[in-house]
Write a protein that binds this ligand. Structure first.
Ligand code: NAP
Length: 463
């Protein structure tokens, strides 16, 4: 095969890979086609990697093979974490992606100097700055989510001035390098300052906002990859990076909207600190609780039930028991639906993935707005390990940190039942007035065993 044919085949293969990436994103947008989306994305990525091996500029494969081996050794255990650890796993993937991009940018700089033009230097400097800050920022995000680092926002006086000055110093170093790439020690200084900025960027943000920050870091890493594509003259990297970056950005916007937060509020807002009730009024509030037998009797007598799952269902791994509950209630002629809040759990789509894992049919899942319009017709709203996403304070209490966040308005159902272990707050750290309503029954216990208890009662196993 001559070189022109190889070039044609390579370009053709890249175009197919890019088409697969686009189809992958399209299919990932619905739970029904998400598995296909993942598979097609994987095939696209494998095609892009294999095609790159045919690049005539590649002279030796030893280091690439070693890197593939190391990447595989890191990737396999990363892919095997529990569902609840997926946000921090994703942050780690971003950290590795950003590190790889930054390292390539750094090596390109040292390979090209002194013959580097202003345009190339701009590309490399931008790519290395964003890659470096995304690397350390993602590591801090993963550390916070894994609780290796304090989840609370770490803030101090004048922090925004310090952080912005550090970013300014790194941009200034880049500007000087564009006009004089050979200034001694300036390039490594720019890298170190950018690494430091990544730490300063994420440390002040609370754990509750980490998933949104991860989506933002996803956008940064995508941008780094796209810039790297320009540096290396790789069209596939430009397109893949742009797709990755823009989808990360869109996701962050969707998450901010679902929490009624602005970007500035997420990045500078110090949300997620536990609030201690100043009035100490918990003791005076009356809570009605019920046993699995009582809950089963109410559910069995209902015509319509809306289940609202949340983070607690994920922690308890209760999704399979929930599926059993759906089956037994459906058999009894009860119309059961699931109301899915866009930020229930700890990552977008968290509930959809868990319920899909337990083979809950997709047509049983309804989105927040539909759930709210159907709520007044619901005999029972059964909340399983959800808290913030059902908190009526978001509608009624202007002083609440979640005021304005759209919620699933379970308080409009005839009876509300909440499965959780205690009256403890959810991730936003605030009390939930729903628990003290006359129509609310608290079902105290672990979600998996409590739902299991209800199923047992409904199937006659409890007698
Ligand atoms: P949540 O408000 O964090 O509440 C979860 C509840 O689950 C807790 O109150 C806890 O109460 C209960 N729980 C924990 N383990 C349990 C177990 N084994 N069995 C039964 N219950 C258990 O969760 P959410 O309502 O799903 O709301 C999600 C929160 O995360 C929101 O504040 C949202 O803004 C935030 N967030 C989500 C995303 C996302 O993408 N999904 C992104 C950013 C932020 P007990 O301790 O009393 O059991």
């Amino acid at each position: 095969m001559n070189q022109i044919t190889v070039q044609y085949l390579t370009d053709f293969s890249y175009i197919i890979a890019i088409t697969f990436f686009i189809l992958s994103l399209k299919w990932l947008s619905s739970p029904a086609s998400a598995r296909r989306g993942v598979l097609v994305g994987e095939i696209g990525a494998a095609m892009a990697v294999v095609t790159t091996f045919f690049n005539p500029e590649l002279v030796q494969f030893k280091w690439i093979l070693i890197a593939l081996l190391v990447g595989t050794m890191v990737g396999i255990p990363l892919g095997m974490v529990h569902m609840t650890a997926v946000p921090q796993r994703t942050a780690m993937s971003h950290a590795f992606g950003a590190l790889a991009a930054a390292l390539i940018g750094i090596s390109e700089y040292y390979m090209r100097i002194p013959h580097i033009n202003k345009f190339e230097m701009t590309e490399i400097a931008l790519e290395v700055i964003i890659g470096s800050l995304s690397f350390t920022g993602s590591l801090i995000a993963a550390g916070k989510l894994q609780e290796w680092l304090p989840q609370r926002p770490i803030v101090y006086k004048g922090q925004n001035v310090v952080s912005l000055s550090v970013l300014g110093a790194s941009v200034l170093a880049a500007l000087v390098l564009i006009f004089n790439p050979m200034v001694p020690f300036l390039f490594p200084a720019m890298v170190i300052i950018s690494l430091l900025f990544g730490v300063l960027l994420v440390t002040p943000i609370g754990g509750a906002d980490m998933p949104t920050v991860i989506a933002l870091l996803n956008a940064y890493v995508g941008l780094t990859a796209a810039l790297l594509g320009f540096v290396l003259n790789s069209k596939v990297l430009v397109v893949a990076g742009a797709l990755d970056g823009s989808s990360g950005f869109i996701l962050a916007v969707i998450m901010c909207k679902a929490m009624n937060r602005s970007f500035t509020n997420v990045v500078f807002g110090a949300f997620g600190q536990l609030q201690v009730s100043a009035k100490g009024e918990e003791e005076e509030k009356i809570v009605h609780s019920a046993t699995p037998e009582e809950a089963a009797a109410i559910l069995g007598a209902a015509n319509t039930v809306l289940i609202v799952p949340g983070y607690g269902m994920a922690v308890a791994q209760a999704q399979h028991k929930v599926r059993e509950l759906l089956d037994v209630l459906t058999k009894k002629g009860v119309d059961v639906k699931f109301g899915i809040h866009p930020v229930a759990g700890r990552m977008p789509g968290h509930m959809n993935v868990l319920l899909a894992e337990a083979d809950v049919p997709y047509d049983k899942l309804i989105e927040m707005d539909d759930a709210n319009s159907e709520m007044p017709q619901m005999d029972v709203a059964l909340i399983i390990g959800a808290n913030d996403v059902t908190n009526p304070a978001a509608k009624t209490d202007q002083s609440s940190p979640i005021y304005g966040m759209p919620i699933i308005e379970v308080d409009n159902a005839r009876t509300v039942m909440v499965i959780k272990r205690s009256l403890s707050p959810g991730f936003a750290g605030i009390d939930n007035p729903l628990f003290y309503l006359d129509k609310t029954l608290m079902l105290f216990g672990d979600a998996k065993s409590f739902v299991g208890g209800i199923v047992k009662e409904l199937t006659g196993g409890g007698e």
